[in-house]
Design a protein around this ligand. Sequence first.
Ligand code: ADP
Ligand code: MG
Length: 221
Amino acid sequence: MLDIRSVSKRYATRGDDLVVLRDVNLTVNAGESVAIMGPSGCGKSTLLNIAGTLEPPTTGDVTIDNENPYQLDETRLAAFRNRNIGFVFQEHHLLPQCSVLENVLIPTLVASDDNDVITRAKTLIDRVGLSDRRDHRPAELSGGERQRSAIARALICQPRVILADEPTGNLDRKSADTVADLLVQLQREFNAALVVVTHSQSLADRFDKQFDLLDGMLKPR
Ligand code: ADP
Ligand code: MG
């Protein structure tokens, strides 16, 4: 589903170039989950952004559902991203003035292809255990509830690939476990490819494969 081939990423800085990714190879099949670990600054977020069609690699190829998204023009790329990729970040990135239900519906404003989105949003909100918080705004939620809302939002367009960047980084242990359980359950139900960046070994242990990002390369853990 997600295939990353010989990807490198170099940032041109004032001094010399900064090589963040050297030679990254990663294949994640539908229904498969992968954890990526590594020290701060080693390039994990950069790799997720490249996988998520947000940032082109310097060299190498990204294939998602047999398509190279970086060959699409900007409009098509945005539609492709919205349809195929669900993001969960460390910070929830929910819109503060919108309710949980409205936040979950935001991606469908761009990609709405059916009238059942509200039913689907309500079902997802129910699945992440927030039925009785549906009309709350983010400020009225706990950290764990915000991340659960963010998971529902990530899944509303039924993406083939779910990318989560330290999704439990700001949560206490119990909320982190709930969020992790939901991510894995829903990823399996959706038969999506899941890549999770985490510093937590207990979170990483829930996924099918684990890699360390070291010296710009992925190594099996
Ligand atoms: P991680 O998520 O593993 O903590 P990042 O992928 O955020 O690491 O960053 C990896 C390295 O790339 C860091 O040293 C960071 O400063 C650098 N970096 C990230 N984005 C840019 C950018 N747009 N321009 C220059 N350097 C960047
Ligand atoms: Mg990061």
